[in-house]
Design a protein around this ligand. Sequence first.
Ligand code: 6GU
Length: 242
Amino acid sequence: MRFDVVTLFPGMFPGYLGQSLLNKAIERSLVEVHVHDIRQWTRNKHQKVDDRPFGGGPGMVLCVEPVVECVESIRKQGAQPGHAVLLTPQGRRLNQCVVEELAQQPRLILLCGRYEGFDQRVIDILQPDEVSIGDYVLNGGEVAAMVVIDAVIRLIPGVLGHADSNQDDSFSTGNRLLEFAQYTRPREYRGLSVPPILLTGNHEEIARWRREQSYEKTRHRRADLLDGRAREDGARERKEQA
Ligand code: 6GU
């Protein structure tokens, strides 16, 4: 899968791209990430990428020409034109369903906004998929683009160590429960012991305990995640145990 990031701050990406899972995925040619500096597509000699808003008001607006011309130019590189995603607090909210949808694309072009946003004609011309990572304001779309890349690459076959280690994740399709508590050695630390059930070797009982943990944690913290089915499953399990 190929990602093209379009940003005014390309320097924010190498640190993230060089680390751990993503670095390995890049080395193994499962993922390609190209970062493009919008400033290189300006035609004026001061390399101006933003300007004051028509009609007045605070802040600066990213100009239409460099952004559109940058995207048109990078679309010509590579086999697919790519699905354009604009990171903006005005977009549809990112969740695991949206991540799964984005992971189907062979190529994503991630447009990172700054300042007061893009000239509306960027959106009119490129018609990007506008995505927000939550109801709070960031200084720009760069961190949001990293969030998208991070969430999407986990779904690319071969990127995770275990073939199915994302199957159990909270929020993966068909799993709307939060994760159960995990423990490793030592068995006791500062008087806190590992739950004895985990040391029994009884895999059936352990699986049941974990499902119950997941369910209770979800009910307490994120009752909104319990759709009809998960709630019924939890109720059935508690009845069976009673
Ligand atoms: Cl995608 N961008 C910015 N600037 N702020 C955000 C966001 C994106 N998602 C939530 N807040």
